[in-house]
Design a protein. Structure first.
Length: 295
């Protein structure tokens, strides 16, 4: 199997550096502190309510806490890893050399994103023993862990695509990082706007809201990576109807058939959007099809 040359190079550099080891140590330390703090809160809460030691079933709540922390960390570090992918090459004056290689511009963008994704997965895999406590002692279904791992990969891939896109039209890495934070924070916020409008209209009109607007709100939530994890954690802890279905049941509109199907559809759509963003990024850096960024 042919490996993307950029991915191959970055894996060699990664394996020879102690930076990744210290980064994993710091990452695990943060998760360890969050884990111990959450465990102590759950224990004190259970003792306060029932007057005796914590039930093992309460440990299932550790998973969304640790998982949510990881999602936040990935959201912070992916722009740092990818927003300098192209702008960093420009700063080091190696961008022109990169364009002279036989690689297509899309493969360059893809390789940059996959390299960052592999580095993130090193952190995620290292955190599995901590997360497994919720499954071995809390009694959660292991299928949720695999769905979560797929979801965090999709989320990192999407965030990386936005970071690289921001990197293509600026020469300063710090500017690209700031732009990428603004872009995907705005993206997440905008996807909630149709739902907010539908809720306001439903309240004002006494339950009379356009079905088309509600469907648009549902589609907007479908492309929101954060909503993917909210839905996953909600389904996992409630073992019943998901949060999205609950929201739209309040509008008396049932547009979702199955929670797992919703999660799969959401992941596929988000991957498609990420690939589309990377395609536009490749067009920007292409000296023939896009604007000439070498000027």
């Amino acid at each position: 199997m042919q490996v993307n040359p950029i991915v191959k190079k970055d894996l060699k550099v990664l394996s020879r550096s102690m930076k990744i080891a210290w980064a994993v140590f710091a990452y695990e330390a943060v998760l360890g502190v969050v884990f111990l703090f959450a465990l102590s809160i759950l224990t004190l809460s259970y003792r306060y309510r029932y007057g005796y030691l914590q039930s093992y079933s309460e440990l299932q709540f550790l998973f969304p806490i640790i998982g949510g922390t990881e999602v936040g960390i990935v959201a912070l570090i992916m722009p740092i890893m990818t927003a300098s992918a192209i702008s960093g090459e420009k700063e080091r004056q190696t961008f022109d050399i990169l364009l002279t290689t036989p690689m297509k511009t899309f493969n360059i963008i893809l390789g940059k994103n996959l390299s960052a994704l592999l580095r993130v997965m090193v952190f995620i895999v290292a955190s599995i023993p901590i997360m497994a406590v919720s499954f071995t002692l809390g009694g959660l279904n292991w299928i949720y862990l695999f769905i979560y791992l797929i979801g965090i990969m999709v989320f990192a891939f999407f965030a990386g695509a936005i970071g690289i896109f921001a990197s293509t039209f600026t020469r300063k890495s710090i500017v690209a990082i700031i732009i990428s934070y603004v872009m995907y924070s705005g993206f997440y916020g905008i996807t909630y706007v149709p739902l907010m409008i539908a809720a306001i209209l439903d309240s004002v009109t006494g339950g009379i809201t356009s079905d088309a607007l509600i469907i648009v709100a549902g589609i907007a939530l479908l492309i929101n990576p954060v909503m993917f994890f909210i839905e996953l954690f909600w389904v996992m802890l409630n073992e019943g109807e998901g949060m999205v279905a609950t929201i739209f049941d309040s509008f008396s509109v049932n547009i979702f058939i199955n929670d797992i199907v919703w999660l799969i559809a959401s992941a596929i759509i988000i991957i498609g959007i990420a690939i589309l963003i990377m395609y536009f990024s490749s067009r920007i850096i292409d000296p023939i099809k896009g604007k000439n960024t070498r000027k």
